[in-house]
Design a binder for this molecule. Structure first.
Ligand code: MSP
Length: 514
């Protein structure tokens, strides 16, 4: 049998000091949609997510709860697994950086980088933001009116002075620039790529990659007192999960990853440090890193102190998880910042989903149930109008392959909705309720055309709204739901189960919980 083409997509691994919020749900959702899309398109997929459990930030959070780090991380890591379930994520693995398999990979990566001559022992003196787990140049920090010095993200920085191992990042500047040049799609979107290029062109300093002032991390091999810098440890998760360094592991063939999805705040780590670490260790860099934007809430930055952190469970409870999934990807261009608002969520559910899409399904299937004894008629010869509609639906698969392939979820969904709107206009124009009296055969063809269109939409939209599309495809009596099933039309003359609405509208005034 021919080997299926592989596809490996990752999310950042989440710091366990926080409860999961909409920002975490967002990155993993995008990865889930890609994974589901590629599986339906016949690829062998590996979709990875997990938790980032070491470092000073997590150690502090554990201490604040009066716990040792390990029991603390065991407890809070579970919150992220639960979120994955609640959102319907189809990840193939969930990695925790406290697992033995991860320690092995970190140690091996360290040894290889050391053997390559890219590590040396020295003293670090500089600014460190625990919240970002990041070192900043003095020029990147500012002292605020409150006298507190902060890094570019707004996180307070402390002066750190301690013995440390350094990675010779400065020696990688030219090789990184050559790599970006040879791989123009490595960093997306374009604007972010330009930011990274100018950062690297401005000159790279050697990077402190071990810490000695605390102990919650992966021990540096043969260097007592040192634990690995949490970002070196965290980034390595992406190779750990392939079974590396065991080249016979089941997932060994998945490296290099096809795509790392990350938020814009952590692009530098993925697009600069990570490829340098990998190349130094003799491993291939990932094929692409896409940085998405940040969500604000009702126009404001989301923060614990403002008390406006969007709880994904509350949104799922009120609107349903498929509507939430749809909203997150449809509302804004993937890559841009966006605003989460109740009004926006209501509009996407009530207008796009219930009025436009749900209604199309309801009109078609309800009509078959009421007027055709629940049997979908077989089509007679198709008219130009029928063919035009079905041709536009057939064109959606190549369009989605292209749009989803470049992570333009929003444009892909827009293309699908343009067909949905055309289909509603087609129903009005063809008026099957009139045809029922004047030309029943033609009515049957119109209904079949609509059912065939709905089947196509149902199959194609499964990655975004798996539950609602499963219901729709059940109501259409469709069993083969892969993209390959789009190559042949559906049969007519078949009895269909009783229809029911696929989306439930939410009243504007109801529940203000979100
Ligand atoms: N642990 C690191 C990642 C290590 S990957 C090797 C980390 N964790 S995090 O939990 O702080 O953030 C994880 C992701 O959530 C980041 O990609 C970040 O951009 C994303 N988001 C956090 N808040 C967000 C919003 N308000 N909006 C969108 N995404 C946001 O960084």
């Amino acid at each position: 049998m021919m080997q299926k083409q592989r596809y490996y997509v990752t999310t950042p691994i989440y710091y366990v000091n926080d409860v999961p919020h909409i920002g975490h749900a967002y990155t993993t959702l995008a990865a889930d949609v890609l994974a589901r899309f590629m599986r339906l398109d016949g690829r062998e997929v590996f979709f990875l997510t997990g938790t980032d459990e070491h470092g000073q930030k997590v150690e502090k959070a554990a201490a604040a709860r009066g716990l040792e780090p390990k029991p603390f991380t065991d407890e809070v890591s579970a919150n992220f697994r639960e979120l994955a379930e609640a959102m319907g994520f189809s990840n193939d693995d969930f990695i925790r950086t406290t697992e033995p398999r991860h320690y092995r990979a970190c140690e091996e990566l360290w040894r290889r980088i050391h053997a390559a001559g890219d590590l040396y022992l020295g003293d670090y003196g500089g600014w460190y933001a625990v919240r970002d787990e990041a070192f900043y140049r003095e020029s990147e920090t500012v002292v605020g009116e409150d006298g507190i010095r902060r890094g570019p993200s707004g996180a307070p920085v402390d002066w750190v002075k301690e013995p440390s191992w350094f990675f010779r990042l400065s020696a990688w500047q030219d090789r990184l620039l050559a790599f970006y040049e040879a791989n123009p799609d490595f960093i997306a979107p374009e604007s972010r790529r330009n930011e990274v290029l100018s950062f690297v062109r401005s000159g790279l300093e050697d990077l402190s990659v071990s810490r000695t002032s605390f102990g919650w991390g992966v021990p540096v091999p043969d260097s007592p007192g040192h634990v690995m810098y949490v970002w070196l440890d965290a980034l390595t998760n992406y190779v750990t999960a392939t079974g590396w360094p065991n080249t016979h592991a089941e997932r060994a063939g998945f490296w290099p990853a096809d795509l790392h999805l990350v938020g814009k705040d952590i692009l530098r780590f993925h697009a600069v440090y990570w490829p340098a670490f990998l190349m130094s260790a003799g491993l291939e860099p990932p094929k692409r890193v896409f940085a998405h934007g940040w969500w604000t809430v009702e126009g404001q930055k989301m923060s614990k102190s403002l008390g406006n952190v969007v709880d994904p469970y509350a949104v799922i409870g009120e609107f349903g998880r498929d509507a939430f999934r749809f909203f997150l990807l449809r509302e804004i261009h993937f890559g841009a910042d966006g605003d989460f608002s109740r009004r926006g969520m209501l509009r996407r559910l009530n207008v796009d989903l219930a009025n436009e899409f749900g209604n199309l399904a309801q009109r078609t299937l309800g009509f078959v149930a009421r007027n055709c004894g629940g049997v979908l008629p077989a089509p007679a010869a198709l008219s130009d109008d029928d063919k035009a509609l079905l041709d536009s639906a057939a064109a959606l698969l190549p369009t989605l392959r292209a749009e989803i392939g470049r992570q333009a979820f929003h444009s892909g969904l827009e293309a699908v909705w343009s067909v949905i709107r055309d289909a509603n206009a087609y129903v009005d124009r063809e008026a099957p309720w009139t045809l029922r009296k004047t030309n029943p055969e033609r009515m049957g063809t119109v209904l079949w055309t609509l059912a065939e269109l709905l089947r196509r939409l149902g199959i194609l939209l499964q990655p975004v709204m798996p539950d609602a599309m499963a219901t729709l495809l059940d109501q259409l009596g469709v069993s083969d739901r892969s993209f390959a099933a789009l190559e042949a039309p559906m049969p007519g003359g078949v009895a269909l189960p009783a229809p029911s609405p696929i989306f439930r509208k939410v009243d504007d005034e109801a529940g203000k919980g979100v």
